[in-house]
Design a protein around this ligand. Structure first.
Ligand code: GDP
Ligand code: MG
Length: 139
């Protein structure tokens, strides 16, 4: 069943570089409503679980180290067609291949340090949102 919510993280590189405000402004201007949001830091166990689907990939260790090295902004966003529209807004995984004007084109340094996460399906949006937020933190 299609839902109208997605889950995002502004990753440690985006927070370190001071891009929280600019990225949230772009998300807001693109018509997403913030349902839940917090500054938090993933533990190693959190990152290993969140990215478990990638555990056999050669970059897994690097990914876990990157995602745990500092705070992130986690958020649930609402909009019609949220998952697909947010993936369009963030652009390709590799910023070198991301379309002009996308968040990754503007703020990501590399395929590894790519500034922002966006869920890839309605099912994963629900799982990832629940990973970071309890029901009473969603508005
Ligand atoms: P996404 O859905 O666009 O975030 O991309 P994936 O699900 O394929 O990968 C998850 C995350 O792993 C990406 O956002 C990157 O942070 C990281 N990643 C993906 N591919 C690579 C890679 O080739 N090298 C490194 N170092 N990190 C990668
Ligand atoms: Mg993915």
């Amino acid at each position: 069943m299609a839902t109208n919510r997605t889950f995002t993280m502004l990753k440690p590189d985006a927070v370190e570089k001071g891009h929280i405000g600019a990225i949230l402004e772009k998300i807001n201007a693109s018509g997403f409503r913030i349902v839940a949001m917090k500054l938090t830091q993933m533990t190693q166990a959190d990152a290993e679980a969140f990215y478990a689907i990638h555990k056999e990939r050669p970059f897994f260790g690097e990914l876990v180290e990157y995602m745990t090295r500092g705070p992130i902004v986690a958020a649930i966003l609402e909009k019609d067609n949220a998952v697909e529209d947010f993936r369009t807004l963030i652009g390709a995984t590799n910023p070198a291949e991301a379309a002009e004007g996308t968040i990754r084109k503007l703020y990501a340094a590399s395929i590894g340090e790519n500034a922002v996460h966006g869920s890839d399906s309605d099912e994963n949006a629900a799982i990832e949102g629940a990973f970071h937020f309890s029901g009473r933190e969603m508005f």
